[in-house]
Every structure is written in C-alpha cells, then in structure tokens.
Design a protein around this ligand. Structure first.
Ligand SMILES: Nc1nc2c(c(=O)[nH]1)N[C@H]1C(S)=C(S)[C@@H](COP(=O)(O)O)O[C@H]1N2
Ligand SMILES: [Mo]
Length: 406
C-alpha cells in the first residue's frame, strides 16, 4: 500500500514510527527489506476465502470464484467474490451503528440504530443472486478497463434482514419519490473523507420489492466484514453494485440518484447497440437494471476426463435477473444441436435455479459442453459474446467446459 512507498522514502531508522515501536536489530536489517509486519497480509486468510479464489486486485481488494467453486446451492463465504471500489472500513462500531434516512423525498430525516432496525421491523430471509455488472468483462474486445472478471463474480447467498419497504413506510416517503441512493462507511482510495467510493441506488419500484432488504446476516451469521458488516442493502437480480455494503445512509430522491458511479459510463450501457470500440456520448447511455439471463456449469470442473461408455452428470445454476429461468439446454457439438436439462424452481424469487443433465458421448475424443439458459420472456443466452459496450458489462455468453472421453 502507501506504506510501501512511504518506506522507500523513509530512512530505515524511522520505520519504528510506522510500527509504533523500535525495531531492535534494525541496524542489521538488509537495505530495502520490508518487515513482515508491514507486508500485505494473506488475502485468503484475511477474508476466510478458499485458496482457489482468484485475486484480481489488492488496492482495492477484488477477488473472484471459479465455476466449479460455485457448486453449492447457497454460496458459502469462502467462495463468494469480493468487489470493492474503495477501502474496507477499518473500525466498525456495531453498538453505535446507525442508518440515516434523508433526501428531497423525505419530509423529516430519521435515524435508526442497528438495534432499533432489528427490533422494530420483521425479519425476512431470501436467497439472492448478486452478480457484478462487469462479470465476464475480460472477454470483450477492444478490451474494457476495470477488473478483468472472467465468470466468477456471482454469488447466491442467503440474506436475512428487514424489508427496506417496511422501514421506508415508517420513515414516511413523499409522493415525488423516484429513486433511493445508498451511503456507506467505506473510504475513497484517495482517503479524502469528502469523497464516496460508490453511492448507487435503485428506482422506488425496486426499493419497495419484498426481497429488497437491509440485511444484517448472511448464511445465518453476521455478514463477513468484506461483504458489508454490519449492514448491507441487497437488491437481488440487479447489478450487485446496487447492493451497498456498510450502509449508514439512505437518501430518498425526487430524481434519479446522482451519487458516485451512477453517471457517465459507470454501470451504464449504450441504450442502442453500438459497434465494438465506438465512442458513446453520456446521454446515449442507460443505467443497467435487471441482469440478463445466464448460467454456469459448476460440476464437473472444465478439463474433466471421462471413461468411455460412462455418462457424464453435469449440474450448475441459472439465473435471469428479475425474471425466472424457463428452460435450460446443453450442447456437445458447439451449439449445432441442443438437448434439455432438468431445471428446478428457485427457492424464492431472485435466487438462482439448479439444473442438471446426464450426457452420453458417442465416441472417444475431445468435447465441449455448452450450457444455455432461456428466461421467462423467451430470451436465451448468446452462444458467444453479446453486444460490446465501453465498460464491458453484461457478458452473459454461454458457459463452456472441456471434456475428454478416453
Ligand atoms: N459500500 C460499497 N458497497 C458496494 C461496493 C463498494 O465498493 N462499496 N461495491 C459494489 C459492487 S460493484 C459489487 S459487484 C458488490 C459486490 O459485493 P460483494 O463484495 O459482497 O460480493 O458490492 C457493491 N456494494
Ligand atoms: Mo460490481
């Protein structure tokens, strides 16, 4: 971090000002050596993640899963991707944690402590699919700037909290309310306290859905720090950037929320398709709302070897933003023909759905299994890359795994 740069600039004798104590044998420390206590910690241990998770960035921390790690119906913390725009808040004072509701569309601002939220409103639990709008970005050409997510920036954990709509009803919202925007305790990369790393939101219709929660539990336990402890907004089926972590404020706006990363090319795509690489004016960009239909084969892992004459049992998850997944297909001939998979209903709205199939291969050789979900509007995943956009959002191309039959 900054510490490192700082160290280079600083005479080694003054390292103790950073450590807070004298390095007793500092004089014999090799030149340019960075004491272990000042080195970056192991992110897998720090965040309780499986070592197979892939770190994309450490300033801020961004980490993704691989398809085969997402096999659980309910994603455990160890396989859940981390997407941060700023620095994780360092000191969380849970006992005094509060959320303030304000904004043009609220007559009188109101603050609730976390304890009040928990005791005053009914608790609900839902499994919710959260996918980063930039999941799949790495495939776009010309390349898009930002974290080069492959396929692992998606999760479906079980969230418990109070309904935002119940709290808003208690606060009292004016008739001209259009949008909510969140405010959070994370710190801008510049450490400027007047800058928010991100402050996004959703239209009132999404804010008032039953499943939109101010959550304080994930998978039955306190939310892990990296995922928004002690309070986070969850708006399943929308770009996960709408699900603010470390929430300490909600603004109810009489216009589209104009917080950090709501405008320009952030979480927005061209309203009409454009040619790859084309420049798009701000006014021609539209905010991403419900995420497109998508699926992942979570078993087996790509590259699996199968004995001849044995059937391959595949399984995975499919999701479709606000919609349901209606059908699931697989192909072993590069999309020339498709067969139906078994598809289970979601445990609740906005949760992903399990699919499975038992596949017979005609002879020895190399195959690919492609999976394709179709949503309740009849829209299917594209076999390869969908429309290019400046920031590389919404890549919902079919997931593919390699299989060798020998
Ligand atoms: N306060 C805050 N909330 C945030 C973010 C952030 O940087 N700060 N990142 C958003 C983005 S872009 C995503 S994809 C999700 C990621 O949630 P996760 O890290 O729990 O998987 O959190 C969203 N909420
Ligand atoms: Mo994101």
């Amino acid at each position: 971090m900054e510490r490192r740069k700082f160290l280079k600039k600083t005479a080694q004798t003054s390292v103790f000002t950073v450590l807070g104590m004298e390095i007793v044998f500092g004089a014999t420390m090799p030149k340019g050596y960075s004491p272990l206590a000042l080195q970056d910690p192991d992110p897998f241990k720090m965040f309780n993640k499986d070592p197979q998770m892939v770190v994309l960035n450490d300033k801020p921390w961004n980490m993704e899963a691989q398809a085969h790690l997402l096999d659980d119906a309910v994603t455990p913390n160890k396989y859940m991707f981390i997407r941060n725009n700023g620095l994780i808040p360092e000191k969380i004072d849970v006992a005094n944690w509060s959320v303030t509701f304000n904004g043009e569309a609220i007559s009188k601002s109101k603050t609730y402590t976390l304890a009040e939220l928990k005791s005053k409103f009914k608790h609900y639990t839902y499994q919710l699919t959260l996918e980063c709008g930039g999941n799949g970005r790495s495939e776009f050409n010309p390349p898009a700037k930002g974290n080069q997510w492959t396929i692992g920036a998606v999760s479906c954990a079980e969230w418990t909290g109070v309904r935002l709509k119940d709290v808003l009803a208690d606060v009292g919202v004016k008739g001209d309310a259009v949008y909510i925007g969140y405010h959070a305790a994370d710190v801008h990369l510049s450490r400027d306290p007047n800058k928010e790393p991100i402050s996004r939101g959703v239209p009132m219709a999404k804010a008032l859905q039953d499943e939109t929660l101010l959550a304080f539990k994930m998978n039955g336990e306190d939310i892990p720090l990296a995922h928004g402890y002690p309070l986070r907004l969850v708006a399943g089926g929308w770009p996960a950037s709408a699900s603010g972590k470390w929430i300490n404020g909600i603004s109810v706006r009489n216009k589209v929320h104009d917080g950090e990363k709501m405008e320009g090319s952030s979480y927005r795509v061209p309203c009409e398709t454009v040619a790859p690489g084309e420049k798009v004016e701000d006014e021609d960009m539209c905010i991403i709302e419900s995420m497109p239909v998508k699926s992942l084969i979570t078993y087996p892992k790509t590259g699996a070897v199968l004995e001849q004459n044995k059937k391959l049992n595949i399984r995975g998850h499919a999701w479709a933003g606000e919609l349901q997944v209606k059908e699931m297909h697989y192909s072993i001939d590069f999309g020339a023909t498709w067969k139906t998979c078994k598809l289970e209903p979601a445990s609740n709205r906005l949760a992903w759905q399990r699919f499975s199939a038992s596949i017979a291969f005609p002879k020895k050789g190399y195959y690919e299994v492609w999976a394709r979900a179709t949503d309740s509007n009849g829209v299917a995943q594209p076999m390869v890359l969908p429309g290019w956009n400046p920031k590389g959002y919404l890549n919902n191309a079919c997931h593919r795994i390699a299989i060798k039959v020998s």
